[in-house]
Design a protein around this ligand. Structure first.
Ligand code: IPM
Ligand code: MN
Length: 363
């Protein structure tokens, strides 16, 4: 079945608009080749838009975005020391607001060493670095619960609360088991810190044990997050699927991006897997204002995120043409990466649009 997929596009700040534009060129070619129908609408939400208009993203904007099938986001955030953006107003006001309001409870982050891409890990190959992180995306320290007492005095107190619900942990863990079940190795590792986080960690650990009973075909393991950081560097081959709460997931997926070649390649999806609201796809990298507008940014992470968008959205909508289109984009990316052999991914010397053209040519 095929339908017209409605895509909301938030280019954002810095390199966001240029990597998004390049990815959309790739989509245009892939959609034509696969007979996939889509339409796209752009939205200005960004730090730049906030500085210009005072508007970040309100409830009416969220309601508007809800009408779409999926969202593609480049990157949001301005210069790091601009005082008008202090306190993470943009990160909280756009990115986290959308993840929470649209209940995108899974942050899916593949860690896969593509052909030709160099890893900083000695003697490790694509066969060793091939796993997926399933990061919980709506709870934990990201709930923003906490505050100050006596701020600015020598007696200042601040706290910030880690939130774990049985419901939130269980739906994330269940998603990870379902994913593990479809993979060749069928191996799922829970990453937490149960030796110290004896409440939140315990909720996760028990949920994991109980859900595991329903998936006898999936083998399981548990690693503390500090040990996980060590294994990701020394023995990444032990991982197939990792399920992890939000804050630890944020940290280990940057490490994952680094071992798979860097931020130029790391893609992600903020998923509402039930399709109750649109999912949002974005490269893991930020807005990189230092290289913005210079045709230097590597668009691969965004192109790959868009491939994931088409596969996931196609699956939810039952649109096989969209799934095929997403698969073609994924295959085309892997055909292009060998051309990066011997080069750094982020400073390859290929321009943003040249890399886009390489992917289009290999479609
Ligand atoms: C990420 C980012 C965000 C996060 C920031 C920008 C709020 O680091 O997507 O990993 O912490 O989730
Ligand atoms: Mn992060």
């Amino acid at each position: 079945m095929s339908s017209t997929l409605r895509l909301a596009v938030i280019g954002g700040d810095g390199i966001g608009p240029e990597v998004v534009a390049t990815a959309l060129d790739v989509l245009e070619s892939a959609a034509t080749a696969t007979g996939c129908q889509y339409e796209k609408t752009s939205f200005p939400f960004s730090a730049a838009h906030f500085l210009e208009t005072g508007h970040i993203l309100d409830d009416a904007d969220v309601a508007e975005l809800r009408k779409f099938d999926a969202i593609l986001l480049g990157a949001v955030g301005g210069l790091p020391n601009d005082p008008r953006l202090a306190g993470g107003v943009i990160e909280k006001g756009i990115l986290l607001k959308l993840r929470f309001e649209l209940d995108q409870y899974i942050n899916l982050r593949p860690v896969s060493l593509y052909p030709g891409i160099e890893t900083p890990l000695a003697n490790k190959t694509s066969a060793d670095i091939n796993f997926v992180c399933v990061r919980e995306n709506t709870e934990d320290l990201y709930c923003g619960i906490g505050g100050f007492v006596r701020k600015g005095t020598p007696h200042e107190v601040s706290n910030q609360t880690m939130v774990a619900t049985r419901f939130g942990a269980e739906r994330c863990i269940r998603y990870a088991f379902e994913l593990a079940k479809t993979r060749e190795r069928k191996h799922l590792t829970l990453v937490h810190k149960t030796n110290v986080l004896t409440f939140a960690g315990d909720t996760w650990y028990r949920a994991f044990q109980e859900v595991a009973e329903e998936y006898p075909e999936v083998t399981t393991d548990y690693h503390h997050v500090d040990a996980c950081c060590m294994f990701m560097v020394s023995r990444p081959e032990v991982y197939d699927v990792i399920v992890v709460p939000n804050m630890f997931g944020d940290i280990i997926t940057d490490l994952g991006a680094a071992i798979a070649g860097g931020m130029g390649i790391a893609s992600s999806g903020n998923l509402n897997p039930d399709g109750a609201a649109p999912s949002m796809f974005e490269p893991v990298h930020g807005s990189a204002p230092d290289i913005a507008g210079k045709n230097l940014a590597n668009p691969i992470a965004t192109i790959d995120s868009l491939g994931l968008l088409m596969r996931e959205t196609g699956r939810i909508q039952g649109d096989t043409a969209a799934v095929t289109c997403g698969e073609q984009i994924g295959v085309a990316v892997k055909k292009v990466t060998p051309q990066f052999a011997g080069k750094s991914l982020d400073r390859s010397g290929f321009g943003t649009d040249a890399i886009g053209k390489m992917v289009i040519d290999s479609l």
